[in-house]
Design a protein around this ligand. Sequence first.
Ligand code: SF4
Length: 361
Amino acid sequence: SDPLRDPALCREVLGRIEEALQGRSLRFMEVCGTHTVALFRSGVHSLLPSQVVHLTGPGCPVCVTHESEVAAYLELAGRDGVVIATFGDLMRVPGPGGASLKQAVAEGARVEVVYSPFDALAVAKANPGDKVVFLGIGFETTAPTVAATLRVAKAEGLSNFLVMPFHKLVPPALDVLLADPEMSVEGFMLPGHVSAIIGTAPYAPLAEKYRIPSVVAGFEPLDLLQAILLMAEMKRQDKPRVVNNYKRVVSDEGNPTARAIVEEVYRPCDALWRGIGSIPGSGLAMADAYKAHDAFEVLGVELRESPPLPGCRCGEVLKGKMPPDKCPLFAKACTPANPVGPCMVSTEGSCAAYFKYQLDL
Ligand code: SF4
């Protein structure tokens, strides 16, 4: 059997977590939607000692897409001669007034759901008279594939393939969260997939500046528990640092090839995060050599101020300040079948995870 799922090993680590804590609390945050879901699905969340508090973070790329960004792509979806190509989980994300891509389709917009940005290239080839706009949502994990697609589009002279670069970078967001005086995080469970690209070095200044135990973690039950144990031990020893506990996937250097292609196609920029606002250096804009594929540039789109969704507390949920089930709309006006905010739409959203796994407890 898989040792990473071995109940006896998991029980042993749970016991060691209690020992390491010596009755003290550990408020840890995960910053990866896959961790959110893994903590619940594995049952680890319900096994944790009561003094271990799990805070959800801004680790769901769909959820952190800002209202203004949603408004911008919805505006494009309504234009003649534009086909939007997107991953499916954006279809139901509500924008201003509750509008969504799904609703736009009902009103005649042309939207193609794709499984990879390369599929969007095929859409562009099949629709030479239209501008095909791929919505570049995602963290450091997704950006290299979108960048590789742009490289192919440029090489092939596929001028009707455009991208709206809405990518977000994780370390600058962690910096902003930790700088918030109301923030009470005592440990970070760092994302596995993002770290596979960026490596561990970008987290080190944060661990040092804020003295925060930080562990790159995998997604199996033992991975999750070991990460919590490592955070608890670092807290007890008062020796915060970055530990890579997912070495079977993440090398400390990350993936330099993936980073190189991102550096060729994009340049860092400030980016808007839902619930957090503008974070310096946390986004990727198109580099000059790729401006001909920048939907903002080619189609003259701008990000305009857009109000937050009425009643939705996604902003607080994404900052770990409110557990999803404390939102007054949770499981009442807001359910996965009828989501009010993006955190209930995305399968990796904290509200959707709480709804799916917490309500049954
Ligand atoms: Fe927003 Fe719904 Fe989550 Fe409340 S439960 S924060 S309304 S997504």
